[in-house]
Design a binder for this molecule. Structure first.
Ligand SMILES: Nc1nc2c(c(=O)[nH]1)N[C@H]1C(S)=C(S)[C@@H](COP(=O)(O)OP(=O)(O)OC[C@H]3O[C@@H](n4cnc5c(=O)[nH]c(N)nc54)[C@H](O)[C@@H]3O)O[C@H]1N2
Ligand SMILES: Nc1nc2c(c(=O)[nH]1)N[C@H]1C(S)=C(S)[C@@H](COP(=O)(O)OP(=O)(O)OC[C@H]3O[C@@H](n4cnc5c(=O)[nH]c(N)nc54)[C@H](O)[C@@H]3O)O[C@H]1N2
Ligand code: SF4
Ligand SMILES: [Mo]
Length: 745
């Protein structure tokens, strides 16, 4: 008889880091529940947590490397597959230059410590400037603003949710996303906590979301106008002498420049443009100060034409109301593994901006990556030998994707997929044959999440409380399986050999990384970190080290995690560099106000409502609790129930267009069209429609039996790569102009 056992581990699927209690019998999973003793999540979980069992067992999950041949896909031995992949990469780079190889790094990479540790050095070793990632369809503006204001791209302020008294949420729906750049398992309980303490929750969103319904107040905002709205809040605070900078005043620069810059953005000037009444803006600004509120914004505030300005003003509001670095305000974490404090070359650098630009449109690099909105055009231009505004990067001829599905997740994705067919070589490190990887020459599938250990390198840094947890693998991987890090390491060593980089140093580096593995590296980083035990106990107090004594061994002995306490004020010490100061008015951001002014000239009126003659709408996205970007639609349990991929529209708009619920409608943008069922909801702002992202399956050659039965359509066949925040380069996924009409059969 096989033994029953309960394993405790952290769910790797979203940022909330819920502790799971997984009961097994031999190789079978009997149940997955929330771990009541988890120090952070205390038993909470969402429907996706238990889906790990079906993901693990999914017959469509690839377990062997595949190579595309004229007669179809063929399985390969790992060593042959890695040889072929390294040779393909090397050939592209040798024949066309290092930049001829593009790389796309997808979202699950940040939920996988092996990829976080082995990915970046390997990608740097590839020495291509055509690097892309999900960052530029997500948090790029937040990182750029952190780099410009605080001196480090990862110094992202986190709302101190458990002690906040008032919270203004702009363009985020944590009740469904489970919190983002704000890891907070059981976010509903935590948000309710604000209200139970007598505080208040206010949401700014073009849709009355689940979070907005929980809130005390909800303001509909016209998509893409948040920068105006927030500037007006700041203008009220500065012009009415309500600033509360507190102790921050000692180490901030540029407050006067900010005051001057916001002078013209009065509530009266922005009201019609944003759709928010001027009196309401004034009242909100006053309330924010008197209730010592924290302002928080996420994807809706980020992926829009003024994403960087919006996130800049969010930080400024937190400075001018005194919320930054204050208990209950907007704070910085001090995780057990701290990439910000690590020595140069080991951790993550402060970030750099605009060192090179994309080939056709000249969009700027940030942190070593180019905006993914420029990817397809640079593939096509490269192929056609065209040269645009950008610097002469070598044309793209090959691609490596790592845990990403850009055909569904980036603007004009299907066109991007078609562009991939022009490439000489595509290799994907991924466990599904999906909309992107079907274009590959080689697919290298890693182990399942349950076959590897787990430590949240990224999300402990972005959490509302300092905790640390390491989970051992639940199952032994099959003997012929490879972890992501082994795949990357295998590619790297082979590539070095092909490039003739065989010095003792190079070989030593590879041997060390192979021997340590991700867990060995985590152990070192924990010991060297602020809660570590690198030093002998007697010396620790002398150096101000805490008594945490963390190491891998210490964490292995604490399967429910270690609580390191609430966030603590840490400025100016946490600011990198000797200056230890915050720049409130970076020139790039102040200058970008000019672009905002030009886009919304004085006297400009708001858009007219859609009519039958002109059925024009603004399109926004939406996330669904049972969905996770593009890749979990093959889990039957999550797909049960009514189809979720519908176009949401306000009933009044539908009435004026004579559309009825359930009608199949055709949604058309500048770049494409999709047909999708209509769902009416008075939660929508009139004139705005919404589609979820990550759908649009059922494409030839994919192996996604379940997802293909619930195919839906891809919102990214409507989003427009030409629409970006010109400052940061983030894709303006939100605020796309579309036409909606009844689909004619
Ligand atoms: N219109 C619109 N588009 C959006 C968004 C939006 O709100 N609206 N959101 C954007 C955001 S925020 C993000 S983060 C992106 C996400 O988009 P992507 O970065 O493309 O990430 P996913 O869609 O999650 O795709 C994950 C891929 O990784 C694979 N995978 C999963 N786990 C692992 C693993 O452990 N190892 C490896 N090697 N592969 C793995 C999956 O099979 C899948 O192919 O989408 C963006 N796209
Ligand atoms: N269930 C589930 N959870 C997830 C994911 C998932 O796909 N499914 N994805 C994960 C990922 S990769 C991320 S990055 C996070 C994202 O986490 P969140 O940012 O919390 O999630 P979203 O649902 O994208 O929230 C964006 C909100 O912005 C609103 N919005 C759109 N345009 C505008 C605008 O112009 N102005 C304002 N003010 N609001 C606007 C949308 O209506 C939406 O409610 O979620 C993560 N968690
Ligand atoms: S909320 Fe996120 S971390 Fe928690 S169970 Fe759901 S997917 Fe996993
Ligand atoms: Mo994301």
């Amino acid at each position: 008889m096989t033994e029953r056992a309960t394993h405790f581990r952290t769910c790797n699927l979203c940022e909330a880091m819920c502790g799971l209690a997984i009961e097994t019998e031999g190789q079978q999973i009997i149940s997955i529940r929330g771990d009541q003793d988890d120090v952070f999540s205390r038993g909470h979980l969402c429907p996706k947590g238990p889906a790990l069992a079906q993901l693990h067992a999914d017959p469509d999950r690839l377990r062997r490397p595949l190579q595309r041949t004229r007669s179809g896909w063929r399985e390969l031995e790992w060593s042959d597959a890695l040889d072929a992949a390294a040779e393909g990469i090397h050939r592209v780079q040798r024949e066309h230059g290092r930049d001829a190889l593009a790389v796309y790094l997808g979202n699950p990479a940040v939920h996988n410590h092996a990829v976080v540790l082995y990915g970046p050095p390997f990608l740097r070793a590839l020495k291509t400037r055509h690097r892309y990632s999900a960052t530029s369809v997500d948090q790029l503006p937040q990182m750029l603003v952190a780099h410009l204001m605080f001196g480090h791209q990862l110094l992202l302020p986190i709302p101190d949710l458990d002690r906040a008294q008032y919270m203004l949420i702009v363009g985020a729906n944590p009740l469904v996303s489970n919190g983002s750049i704000m890891s907070a398992p059981d976010v509903r309980r935590r948000l309710r906590g604000i209200q139970l303490r007598g505080g208040k929750l206010v949401v700014v969103d073009p849709r009355r979301t689940q979070t907005a319904k929980l809130a005390d107040d909800h303001l509909f905002v016209r998509p893409g106008t948040d920068a105006l709205l927030l500037l007006a809040l700041l203008q009220v605070i500065t012009s009415e002498g309500r600033e509360q900078p507190g102790r921050l005043a000692a180490f901030v620069d540029g407050a006067d420049r900010v005051r001057r810059a916001v002078e013209g953005f009065t509530p009266a000037r922005v009201a019609a443009l944003t759709g928010v009444d001027a009196d309401r803006i004034r009242a909100l600004a006053r309330e924010l100060v008197t209730h010592r509120g924290v302002t928080y914004g996420r994807v809706g505030a980020s992926t829009q034409r003024f994403g960087a300005l919006t996130h800049w003003v969010i930080n400024l509001l937190n400075v001018f109301t005194g919320a930054l670095d204050r208990v209950g305000g907007s704070m910085f974490t001090r995780p057990a593994v701290d990439p910000i404090a690590m020595p140069k070359g080991l951790g993550v650098g402060p970030g750099a901006f605009g060192r090179w630009r994309s080939r056709v449109r000249g969009l700027p690099e940030f942190g070593g990556e180019l905006p993914v909105a420029s990817f397809a055009e640079d593939v096509i231009a490269g192929h056609e030998g065209r040269q645009g505004a950008g610097e002469p990067l070598a044309p793209i001829r090959g691609l490596l994707t790592l845990a990403g599905n850009p055909v569904l997740s980036t603007p004009a994705g299907t066109a991007l997929g078609e562009a991939l067919e022009r490439l000489e070589f595509v290799v994907s490190v991924d466990m599904y044959m999906n909309e992107t990887t079907r274009h590959a020459d080689l697919i290298l599938p890693p182990t399942s999440p349950l076959e590897r250990s787990h430590y949240d390198l990224v999300f402990h840094l972005l959490a509302v409380r300092n905790t640390a947890k390491w989970s051992p693998p639940l199952f032994e991987p099959p003997p012929d399986a490879r972890h992501d890090w082994q795949i990357l390491h295998g590619l790297w060593t082979r590539l070095d050999r092909l490039r003739g980089r065989t010095s003792v140093l190079a070989r030593g580096q590879h041997q060390l990384l192979e021997r340590l593995g991700p867990d060995g590296l985590i152990d070192l980083a924990l010991r060297a970190g602020p809660h570590g035990r690198l030093l002998p106990a007697a010396l620790r107090p002398l150096l101000g080290e805490r008594a945490g004594g963390l190491s891998l061994e210490a964490l292995a002995a604490r399967p429910h995690g270690v609580d390191l306490g609430p966030l603590e004020p840490c400025l100016p010490d946490r600011l990198p560099g000797k200056r230890g100061r915050i720049e409130l008015a970076p020139a790039l951001l102040v200058e970008d106000l000019g672009r905002l002014e030009r886009s919304f000239p004085r006297g400009a009126a708001a858009n007219r409502l859609p009519s039958e003659a002109e059925p024009r709408f603004t399109l926004i996205g939406r996330r669904l609790l049972r969905s996770n970007n593009s890749w979990m639609h093959n889990v039957p349990k999550l797909m049960a129930g009514t189809p979720a991929c519908t176009l949401l529209m306000h009933p009044d708009d539908a009435g004026r267009l004579a559309l009825r619920p359930g009608d199949q409608v055709r949604v058309r943008s500048r770049v494409g069209a999709v047909e999708v069922p209509l769902e009416l909801s008075d939660d929508m702002m009139p004139g705005v429609v919404s589609l979820p992202h990550g759908y649009g399956h059922k494409r030839e050659g994919t192996r996604l039996q379940v997802a293909n039965q619930h195919a839906g359509v891809s919102i990214n066949d409507l989003t427009d790569p030409a629409e970006v925040d010109e400052l940061s380069g983030v894709a303006a996924l939100s605020g796309v102009q579309v036409e909606v009409r009844l689909a004619t059969a």
